[in-house]
Design a binder for this molecule. Structure first.
Ligand code: HEM
Ligand code: HEM
Length: 198
């Protein structure tokens, strides 16, 4: 079945819940939420972990155990799940405490991230995220641009940092590398905080 079997996918995802949570609503900031993600994007990432073009010590082993059919079924299942209100992100409250003089507080970072997401940055030539990831962070299903909304800020920061360093290099045409390498660490944090609250 090319579209994937949702019910079979639910069964097969049992070994994923310990990290990705019930129905893909991970409660751990460094484990990405998979609920609502476009199935074509999930399929592509699972094949990338399996063939080694995307590396993660935990995921590479998990993906190796999956057949092509498992990958399609599990991806179909997660794509039909909803982000749970209970798993909405909680920003790292430590940030309120560590605000050395001159550093921005969380609200200012979120405003900066909002601007970057919508308008990009002309001076540093960072493209506007909205163009591919959509006004609500919903991504673009036909184009396989991933949904980002409500994703954990810590995971988003890691993903963008990995694109920037080249550690995550399987993105097509190096799109995300070209964008992330122009971003400062502060911009990465700002836009990640913003997206996590979408
Ligand atoms: C990332 C699926 C099990 C830890 C991912 C991604 C997918 C996925 C599709 C990429 C998400 C994205 O790019 O937005 C699965 C499936 C599993 C499974 C189908 C079960 C068969 C696990 C387990 C762990 C885990 C058991 C923990 C031991 C992680 C981590 C990442 C990740 C840490 C982020 C990797 C990175 O930072 O690049 N998983 N997962 N996963 N998964 Fe899993
Ligand atoms: C993936 C953020 C702009 C196309 C991602 C991911 C993040 C991200 C965090 C990884 C998602 C995950 O692991 O679940 C951003 C931000 C942007 C931006 C913050 C603006 C500063 C764009 C633009 C495009 C684009 C303008 C299209 C021209 C993609 C694609 C992927 C991706 C194709 C999937 C890459 C892959 O297969 O690994 N983006 N993005 N993004 N983004 Fe962006």
């Amino acid at each position: 079945h090319a579209e994937g079997n949702i019910n079979a996918g639910k069964q097969k995802s049992a070994s994923c819940t310990s990290c990705h949570g019930d129905d893909g609503n991970s409660m751990v900031a460094t484990f990405p939420k998979l609920a609502q993600q476009h199935s074509s994007y999930l399929v592509k990432q699972l094949h990338a972990f399996k063939d080694g073009s995307r590396n993660d010590p935990m995921m590479s082993a998990m993906a190796l155990a999956l057949t092509d059919e498992d990958i399609t079924d599990i991806s179909a299942y997660y794509a039909t799940q909803k982000i749970s209100e209970n798993a909405l992100p909680v920003l790292d409250s430590d940030d309120d405490n560590e605000k050395p003089a001159g550093k921005k507080d969380v609200q200012a970072l979120i405003a900066q991230g909002s601007d970057l997401y919508r308008n990009g940055d002309l001076k540093s030539e960072v493209s506007a995220c909205i163009a591919c990831h959509g006004p609500f962070g919903e991504g673009n299903k036909p184009a396989s641009f991933p949904a980002l909304k409500s994703q954990h800020a810590d995971y988003l920061i890691k993903a963008l940092t990995d694109f920037k360093s080249g550690a995550r290099s399987n993105n097509p045409e190096n799109i995300m590398y070209m964008i992330a390498k122009k971003m400062t660490d502060e911009e990465i944090k700002a836009v990640s905080y913003r997206i996590s609250m979408m």
